[in-house]
Design a protein around this ligand. Structure first.
Ligand code: ADP
Ligand code: MG
Ligand code: ZN
Length: 606
């Protein structure tokens, strides 16, 4: 719109210039008085004329007093003849300076041709502008459906990123090495009849290096890498997303073997038909197109789709089906060793003073993601440069911790030294109780690296699939849940908010034991309450009461009894094995994460 307006202005301006030129050349005599030939004759006879200039049929009469007048003669006859016919005094005429001039070249052409050419020029210019405008619109309309994918060629040495540039995330790297193998030596796998995975989903909190890792895979495999963000598929115009997906995959197939990287896939891959937030048809179409494209790969298509998200919980299950993103790679927040390694990478081409200890920085930055750490090093460099230093000191780096911490949304995750201690004992409590009771799942990982809202977590994974769960399992589970709470009370003689979600979970579980599973001896095999699933809210559940106040009171008593018993169990174990508890907690403070093998080794120790 703005462009069109500008063009119209330009056209109008051009016209004005042209018409100005036109008037200058066609009517140079305009301001001079026009007189008849008879008058010219009488002026001559009166001896008033000094000079007559003739241009074609135009006469310019210069009087002796300097005034200039103009006149015109007939075309056929010469000037002298014309004047003679009108009875000019022959003698007088001879004294007059008669000058005959041809039309000056440019003026002549301008004067004669411009009136004809001008309209043509005008129309031509107008047409040209209109055409240009239309063409622009057309290319714009065409490029809507084009994917906006950015291509990184493997030869691009400068931008090349390999696994060496990614620290930590060992498991993720291990899994992705396989992908690199697929891309490099597809034949090996096809020959043996293996199906090459088509999709890999990288999951992890923001800043843990998902985008970085995807680029590293491309760099390692030396293949082109198409990068597009989920939100770029979704635009104002319906159908654009799907068209872009098609275009992207066509492009990638032409360049196979290649990697297509869809960043932030949750923008299009949301659970379809969840209802909340309004079904977005466009998004669904885009998602469908992605699925169609991925299904359309044949065995030999050497194209691997890597997608990244920090919200795997909201992804459409269809994306996770085999043949699509069947490989899932989890990226965790870095623990202390990882943090040191990441800092090392980002300090590589920075000038550091000798007093810099990256280990100390790593110790001071629990809860920092890889992106935070990269930012931290950079902030340190900036503040050193601002103080006109040639090298970066430890103090610069330590001071930038706060800068990064105060950045958006980080604050809640940073643990102070005291908090770290509490979190370590809390998790150690959970872990110790889980390891001490019979009916619990084995511990896979204990960590005080913040995850989501929790300051830490203890990961138990059942050794086999379970469909039925028993009362004794639930009772042990309750004790494990209360383990954190009881430890805090035992060690610090104080309670924190850190246990609140444990307590909520424990209360819910105890409530379910009484009202749903009939596992309370006193209440017997009865269920209480009518449960109603609110479909549109997904999994929310509302409960209607169909029992009396008296029964409600009894339920509460029973729930409390379950909780109290669990607390007693937990307390007993903690007191009995306090030294073990301290051992685990100390190790946690030091290393932040304990893996299964290390934990088992700790438990065996005398
Ligand atoms: P995500 O995509 O998971 O949000 P990015 O891959 O965009 O995170 O990470 C942002 C930046 O943080 C990277 O460019 C890199 O500089 C740094 N970074 C993150 N994780 C790591 C890591 N594990 N090793 C090295 N640098 C990292
Ligand atoms: Mg990213
Ligand atoms: Zn807990």
């Amino acid at each position: 719109m703005k462009n069109l307006f500008k063009n119209i202005l330009i056209v109008i301006f051009a016209l004005m210039v042209l018409s100005a030129l036109f008037t200058i050349y066609t009517s140079p005599l305009k301001e001079k008085e026009e007189i008849s030939l008879n008058q010219v004759v009488s002026y001559i006879n009166n001896d008033e004329v000094k000079k007559i200039t003739i241009r074609e049929n135009n006469l310019e009469i210069e009087h002796k007093d300097g005034t200039i007048k103009s006149s015109r003669k007939e075309g056929e006859l010469g000037i002298t003849e014309t004047l003679k016919n009108l009875g000019v005094d022959n003698e007088k005429l001879k004294t007059i300076n008669l000058e005959i001039k041809g039309e000056s070249g440019l003026g002549f052409w301008m004067a004669n041709l411009l009136p004809f050419i001008l309209p043509f020029i005008f129309v031509a210019v107008l047409l040209w502008f209109m055409f240009r405008q239309a063409q622009k619109g057309q290319t714009q309309a065409l490029s809507f459906g084009k994917s906006r994918a950015r291509l990184n060629q493997p030869m691009d040495k400068k931008q090349k990123i390999t696994f060496r540039d990614v620290a930590g995330v060992k498991e993720a790297k291990e899994e992705l090495k396989e992908i690199v193998d697929f891309l490099k030596f597809p034949k090996k796998f096809i020959d043996i009849g293996a199906r090459i995975p088509r999709g890999v989903l990288l999951m992890g909190p923001p800043g843990t290096g998902k985008t970085l890792l995807a680029r590293a895979v491309a760099g390692e495999a030396n293949v082109p890498y198409f990068h597009i963000s989920g939100s770029e598929f979704v635009e104002m115009f319906v159908g654009v997303g799907a068209a872009r997906v098609r275009d992207l995959f066509d492009l990638a197939k032409k360049n196979a073997p290649a990697i297509v990287f869809i960043d932030e896939i949750d923008a299009v891959g949301r659970h379809r038909g969840a209802g909340l937030g309004g079904g977005h048809d466009e998004r669904e179409q885009t998602l469908n197109q992605i699925l169609v494209e991925m299904d359309g790969f044949d065995v030999t298509t050497n194209l691997i789709v890597i997608a990244a998200t920090n919200r795997p919980d909201i992804l459409d299950p269809a994306l996770l089906r085999p043949g699509r993103f069947d490989r899932r790679v989890v990226l965790d927040m870095p623990d202390i060793d990882d943090r040191e390694a990441i800092l090392k990478i980002h300090a590589r081409n920075k000038k550091l003073a000798n007093d810099v200890s990256l280990r100390e920085l790593a110790e001071r930055t629990p809860g920092f993601s890889g992106a935070d750490l990269a930012n931290l090093v950079n902030e340190g460099a900036i503040s050193a440069a601002r103080k006109n230093q040639k090298i970066i000191n430890q103090l610069d780096l330590l001071n930038s911790i706060e800068k990064v911490m105060l950045g958006p949304e980080r604050k809640s995750h940073i643990l102070s030294k005291k908090e770290k201690e509490i979190a370590a004992y809390h998790e150690a409590g959970h872990a110790l109780i889980a390891a001490s009771l019979k009916n619990t799942d084995p511990i896979h990982k204990v960590s005080i690296v913040a995850r989501g809202q929790a300051a830490g977590y203890t990961l138990k994974i059942p050794s086999e699939d379970k469909h039925l769960r028993s009362r004794s399992e639930f009772l042990d589970e309750l004790a494990v849940l209360l383990g954190g709470y009881c430890t805090e009370k035992l060690i610090f003689n104080e309670l924190t908010t850190g246990a609140s979600s444990d307590l909520k979970q424990a209360s819910e579980l105890a409530h379910a034991l009484v009202t749903r599973y009939g596992m309370s001896e006193k209440m017997g095999p009865v269920t209480f309450g009518e449960r109603e699933e609110l479909i549109f809210l997904g999994k929310e559940i509302s409960e209607g009461r169909n029992y009396s106040e008296k029964v409600a009171g009894e339920i509460d008593v029973e729930v409390e009894k379950f909780i109290r018993d669990a607390e007693k169990t937990a307390d007993k174990i903690l007191k009995r094995r306090k030294s073990k508890l301290i051992l685990i907690a100390k190790r946690l403070i030091e290393k932040e994460t304990i893996e299964r093998r290390e934990f088992e080794e700790l438990m065996k120790r005398k």
